[in-house]
Design a protein around this ligand. Structure first.
Ligand SMILES: C[S@@+](CC[C@H](N)C(=O)[O-])C[C@H]1O[C@@H](n2cnc3c(N)ncnc32)[C@H](O)[C@@H]1O
Length: 299
């Protein structure tokens, strides 16, 4: 079903989500610890590298990148002007270049960057292999492309809701796309927030090297066609897809609550997950509302 794995739908989804993204939603699913663990695979070990962050959104991953690479060397590409506007406000990202553009048709010539990073964006790409080929095209031979994304949940209910919402690829699909695009020395790391305690994996970071000689792709001259939808279809896809996605918020909040009673002493202090003030207030309001409704029913 994957209702929001389309460009227009993703545009409208982020038109509204960008308002709550940084304070309420993102910290539940994509933490600093996960980000920093993933970025290690990207080999950003030279401050002079030219880096492109595709689907950079409000710049949470970019903030990890600029800890290692000069911000003036970092280019952020996203199809959502609303997400980019939030990133532009962040003082540590002031040197970065911000460009509206499509992951499946990156508005840069071949071999333009040393490193490519994309975190949590593939879920919305209608043609994920095309996006991976674009990552290969825009980096120099010898460069590294790092892609981070969710994995299809093992639990049947979670898998159904995830697949109604957007693309949750299988582990082997990520590897197949990287191999098909021509990457070598492919490395993978599994990542998860601390609240996620199930047996199956949660998310993946995959990185590969563009060989010095190998496949070449030409820059697309037109944007890859997406499935056409009427305004009404787009409206209901965004609505139902968002509802399916929002199911994961209480799941994560409950996980956080559980975690409050089982701190991981081995996790460095700066990575210990805690609800921020915005989330705590929202949670108190939701709990208050539920208690109020129960009181109305049973009084
Ligand atoms: C979950 S956010 C991730 C943002 C950021 N990378 C982070 O780490 O927080 C996904 C982002 O991908 C962007 N996106 C979705 N489809 C895209 C496409 N085809 N091309 C470029 N950006 C896209 C969305 O606008 C959104 O900002």
């Amino acid at each position: 079903m994957r209702l929001i794995q389309h460009k227009k739908e993703a545009y409208w989804f982020y038109r509204f989500l960008s308002i709550f993204y940084d304070d309420y939603v993102n910290p539940l699913f994509w933490t600093e610890h996960m980000r920093d663990q993933s970025l290690e695979l990207g080999q950003l070990n030279n401050p002079d590298y030219k880096v492109i962050d595709v689907g950079s959104g409000t710049g949470f991953t970019t903030q990890g990148i600029v800890k290692q690479v000069k911000s003036t060397n970092v280019t952020c590409v996203d199809q959502s002007p609303h997400q980019l506007a939030k990133a532009k406000e962040k003082p540590d990202l002031h040197g970065c270049t911000f460009v509206e553009g499509d992951a499946e048709n990156i508005p840069f010539p071949d071999n333009a960057f040393d490193r490519y990073v994309s975190a949590g964006s593939i879920e919305y790409w209608p043609h994920p292999l095309k996006g991976v080929q674009e990552s290969y095209r825009v980096i120099k031979p010898g460069g590294v492309a790092l892609l981070i994304g969710p994995l299809e949940p093992e639990n049947g209910f979670a898998r159904f809701m995830a697949n109604a919402w957007m693309l949750f690829p299988k582990d082997k699909e990520y590897r197949e796309w990287y191999e098909a695009a021509g990457f070598k020395n492919i490395k993978v790391r599994y990542i998860r927030p601390q609240w996620y305690r199930r047996k199956g994996e949660y998310g993946i970071a995959i990185a590969g090297v563009k060989p010095l000689t190998g496949t070449t792709y030409s820059q697309p001259t037109t944007t890859v066609e997406d499935e056409k939808g009427s305004n009404l279809q787009i409206f209901w896809r965004v609505l139902i897809g968002s509802l399916a996605g929002f199911i994961f918020i209480p799941i994560a909040l409950l996980g956080y609550l559980g975690n409050a009673f089982r701190k991981n002493p081995r996790m460095p202090k700066q990575y210990q997950e805690r609800l921020n003030m915005h989330q705590a207030i929202a949670m108190a309001a939701i709990l208050g509302f539920i208690i109020f409704v129960l009181w109305l029913i049973f009084k």
